[in-house]
Design a protein around this ligand. Sequence first.
Ligand code: WT7
Length: 642
Amino acid sequence: MEIVNSENLYYPDRKFAEDANVTGYSPEMDYQMFWEKEAGKLHWFKKWNEGRPLSGDAPFFKWFENGKINASFNCIDRHLDGWKRNKAALIFEGEPGDRQVMTYHDLYREVTRFSNVLKKMGIKKGDVVTIYLPMIPEAVIAMLACSRIGAPHSVVFGGFSSNALADRINDSNSKLVVTVDGYWRRGKVIPAKTNVDKAVDSCECVENLLVVKRTGHHIFMEQDRDHWYHELMDWASIGCEPEPMNAEDILFLLYTSGTTGKPKGIVHSTGGYLTGTATTHRNVFDIKDTDVYWCTADIGWITGHSYIVYGPLLNGSTILIYEGSPDYPEKDRFWEIIESYGVTVLYTAPTAIRLFMKWGKEYVEKHDISSLRLLGTVGEPINPDVWRWYHETVGHGRCPIVDTWWQTETGSIMISPLPGVTPTKPGSATIPLPGIIADIVDENGVSVSKGGHGYLVVKNPWPSMLRGIHGDMERYVDVYWSEFDNMYFTGDGAVRDEHGYFWITGRVDDVINIAGHRIGSAEVESAVIGSEMVVEAAAVDISDDIKGQALTIFAVLKESVEASSEVEQILMESVMSDIGKFAKPEKIYFIRDLPKTRSGKIMRRVLRDIAEGREPGDLSTLVDRAAVDELLREQQLVKTAG
Ligand code: WT7
């Protein structure tokens, strides 16, 4: 990894710094006091136990106990009294070029009507609603309508297959799924409803489907079970009292991958989560009333939850939502959108920036994107050269870049520069935000010194932290709180440089980050083994120019199965049908034996070295060298290109 020296620091522009929402760090403030002050900026129906924002026994922390609050009220109603009533809350651009603008008042009308539809469907406080929608305004409306009546939502990313959707519906015991007929991707209809039909065949809990009409192509509607969204909305009345929720009540579940085959339903609270997302959105993006803010993530991931929906709407911002692909009809679509709406803040992923870099700067330069004033990245480490390209070509050397480190579990940004305050270094997320005490420690939990490498941990509870794993509190304690005493373990490795800056080096567990999408190696392995052709498999990430990491599988076939490209195809299909097309492996290697340690742990590092064409490093813990030597002799490694 390239760690730049101090000459390569990028200092904030004076004018930007003068106008910034945050003008400095105030280290004298205690983190609990800091968060208590921030929580006070939201609207509470009833205040928490003042002076005591944090309670509960570690690691079952509670924030703002006894406070009463509603997410949808804070995102919408609070802005209706003043001029923001008529401000654009949401700008939508569909892939075919259709446009829609909704003011905060429009959003109020749509959300309250949909809340009434949910009630009519029998949804009550505490019932989980699964949302399987693409990037259309109804996704935002559905989330806020759920939160208005106290029904936790579980948004499932549209790229997940019907099997993955079914698992998530069943685990959350949803009786209602909100979905769409289809949506546009590169000019073609993606038939989402067909996926849902397949999924709910194996979900006994589901009673109703609500279907948004987007593409208008013919779909199957099951009588009594399936209902058109627009028909029910036509009927529904405007206005719905927001449910006063306890601060600790669940706002939503969001499934993410862990180190076992079973995805984790991450539980987020209401009061703490709203406090964390509102604060960080205001501070990190330096958000102003005049901004047009565009986060390009999908609503199905935590970034979409925290920084498309909750954070920005809590702050009364104008959000932009784009349905489709960045290369449709041409590779300049993003820049065209930025020009046409005057986007001022752009938040995207390194994998997207690498793609834009590959396509060439001529696509960027075709458009006047001088409205941009701040750029952000998230999801994976950004290579310094990619950072510089983003800075020069997109930011014209003028926009601060915020490289934001956080996770589904943390709920909001934890490590990031404060624009206008923190000097940046390309490739480093810099230092923890106010209210967060993060550290890098060795295996014994001792802080590493400058220049040291270790595990990234958080040493204090923070309001938007996860409250658990749905239905599995043991796993919650085990995964996050057992590695080190009194510290939250992130699963990431990091280096501390000479200035104390954090450089995130990636996952140290068996979680794979492909193009910023999180997949567990165990999920991929169980999909391959599920084909019944494979005895054993190991999924590893290998470096990839665009995706950051690509997925490679090493599979040991059953004796009766002959390695062939057909078999490889079947295994790939199996992964795509269990998880989704976005998890398609790059390559599958067929091998005789997996390299293992004495305790039977697969040595993924060795496999990674081999797949990336390197001599494997230290093999002293390997049980059977012959297996690896065999692997290395290329002719014995029956490799079929993906
Ligand atoms: C993992 C969390 C929350 C954002 C979307 C991904 C990696 C995230 C950065 C960054 C280096 C990053 C970490 C983390 N990651 N942001 N700025 N620099 N790595 O959420 O799916 O929960 O994945 O993404 O490895 O643990 P997620």
